[in-house]
Ligand binder design. Sequence first.
Ligand code: MN
Length: 514
Amino acid sequence: MSQSEKIVIFDTTLRDGEQSPGASMTIEEKLRVAQQLERLNVDVMEAGFPIASEGDFEAVKKIAQTVKNSQVAGLSRANFKDIDRAWDALKHAGERGRIHTFIATSDVHMKYKLQMSEQQVVDAAVAAVKHAVNYTPNVEFSCEDAARTRPEFLATVVQAAIEAGATTINIPDTVGYTIPSEFTELINYLKANVSGIEKAILSVHCHNDLGLAVANSLAAIQAGVRQIECTVNGIGERAGNCSLEEVVMTLATRPDVMPYHTDVVTEQIMPASKLLTTVTGMMVQPNKAIVGANAFAHEAGIHQHGVLQEKTTYEIMTPESVGLTENKLVLGKHSGRHAFIDRLEALGYDLNKESIEKAFKRFKALADRKKNVYDEDLDAIVADEIIRAPETYKLLQMNVTSGSFAAPTATVEMEINGKKKKAAMIGDGPVDACFKVIKKLTKSKAHLLNFSVGAITGGTDAQGECSVRLAFDGVEVLGQGAHPDIIVASAKAYINAINRVEQIAARRKDDIQI
Ligand code: MN
């Protein structure tokens, strides 16, 4: 490990990731994810795009105030207004604040998007970097669409940005177009043709449109890049960004051929992945590398036999190394507070006293209805009770009658802005009846896109977990709810979605296009 070089991990889950459809978060949710990113020990977290909206500004500012160890970056286009706004939010992080400014450099972007000449682009880049350097020496400059930029021009812009004072130079494959050998060549070209390139840390930001984001990032490291921009679960625009867990675990697993290391606490990978899924509702495919449900499952008999004899027959890394705890039976009716708190800690939750009390109450209620309480049940409780705590609209009581004869009827009592309200309605089925009442009571104008039901664990006493996807005002959000009664879980998911859609629509109302 001693002679291995460090790779800076720049996480952009809260900026590029959050920008993608269905991944919108409230300010509180962004803050919660930021705290987990800090436990993951990322070097830099990009917290948002402060000028995009009042809400984005607030989120970056709060994260800058809260996070203690990681650097906090804010994105800005290459103009003074964006940069001033970014620093206004980032200054709360003091020396750990990083201004990230960018301008497009490919012919197609300069001609159709910017309508600027090459000289104008260079001038704008230099002016932006110089302006940012007045605030902090920690300035990153990106050439948007670098992978499709003519290498000669790319070298000109990069050299000018370094001379202006940028300390990190990012080469994004904005549209996920390059392949590893070509990207290697581009990095080598810059190293050979930019004088003073050694003064800056080289970075890449790869998208996954062709499924090559991780491969391209690794090729870039081998070519001399020392910062990787990535996201948890690989979320991000379109097909997503380079996946943090895949790059980090490749370096951790193959030091023999990749003599580099990161400072990421790999045991925090699963908690980070789970938290992000809970917060956004964006599920991870079961066969996703590192964090998918099947990533460490050995189903085939011959594999199981091998693993039982000797783990390394089919296991190249241990489940524990990525923070995967065994799904063993954990708690029951007679489990005490101490065992409960221990288990929450083992699952990676860092909750305050009040939150623990809330979760414990819910656990006791669940243990009364369900014999065995598994880790997945605890995840659902924490998600439902703490992470997805309802704000404006709250479910108090509900009752549903259904069957093959009586018209499905739902009676729902809710607390809305502190006032109790109750109504009953008939529907095509129990869920339909229930949703109709909730829609009537909340007066929500959001459009229901999708509704799905699943079980958290096996067995007929399993808690039901429901998701509801809503669209309103150009924003798409997912709500979730868990309960042993599937209809109650559905109602909770719907109400959670309504709460989130309002908060997120309010935050993103004045978003600008980039
Ligand atoms: Mn991007």
